[in-house]
Design a protein around this ligand. Sequence first.
Ligand SMILES: [Mn+2]
Length: 396
Amino acid sequence: MRIAILSDFHLGYDRFRADALKQAEEALNLAAEKADVLLIPGDIFDNREPSPDVLAEGITLFRELSGRKWGASVADFSGEGRIYTKAPIVAIPGTHERRAEGVEDPVDLLGLAGLLVDATNATVTIQKGDEKIAIRGLGGISEDRFKEILKREDPKPVDGLFNVFFFHQSVYELLPFSEEFIRFDDLPRGFDLYVDGHIHSRVEGSAHGKPFLIPGSTVLTQLKDGEQDAKGFYLYDTENRKYEFNTIRSRRFAVRKIDIEGKEPSQVVEEIENAIKKESTSGDVPIVRVELVGKLKDGYKNMEINIPGIVKKHGNDAIVEIGKDKIEVTQEQRLVDKSEIAAGVSVKDFGISIFVEKVKKNGYNLKKSPVELFDELSADESKEKVVKKVMSGLLS
Ligand SMILES: [Mn+2]
């Protein structure tokens, strides 16, 4: 049997919403042509309470898929919940979708509508001809509870079948940020294939001597270095126990670093523009993240690098993001006053520079960049909501 492993579509992701839908659609359709079973380890949606419009995107995608003529079908289901389709589309909710236990999340809704099989805390047996495989799922939950749930659920393989275990969590060996994260060795034993979501760049590892695969997201979200690889999905064949990565057409992403040490703002602007031009020659509209590193020539201020101007000027060639959190602050920068704002510096840039300087002074070293943190904290929502979201993002 051929199992397609696709993950982290993030339907409804605000910044690249059209990309999220288009690339999920491309991945799912291509996977459906090539595979007997679709396995989706979480984050189909970007949000645990997607708007009706976003839900409609998901429903449309999966209605067409579940209506296809599949060569394999669900032969057995045991565990939490019920199933309403035999189409071999097996999913769990990710951390973006997960709500409290016993409360419906958007993947539950797709399951209730009979558009996929929700394998949260359940084993799904899929049959194609004489061959049967068993898929055991564990839905994405907060990292601090994962070990406890794993112990409670105690997932076991089914004797005599090819067994897959799939989940949606951080793994310590891949993201060594917290002792709470599970390690490869903590995963339940006896499965033939381990599949995880959550991490947005692809991973080919091994657990208990068996393949451990993360396909990565189908859409760009975090704009980290590791996301420059092509997006796509894995195709695993149970017959020869081999797998390969299939790429999809996805928006290109490039990271360019520019050393600004001792340079004047006009020169930095020119270098940024050249980097953008170089990346946007092939006719597509790539995402280009330019990271500025170092310290401007004495006598200049960081906000003299006219970033909104660059972003606007190249709006048709590229989606430009300028990373400023590795810039050092010059002496002059500390003396900025209200006249800067009057002189045309955007209030946001002004705010960011003060914020970044302050948090750095206090020894800030969390995994989120200070600029990202600023963006999240200045989101257009209630203060309480924003702070809660940021805290849970930083601590989960
Ligand atoms: Mn995700």
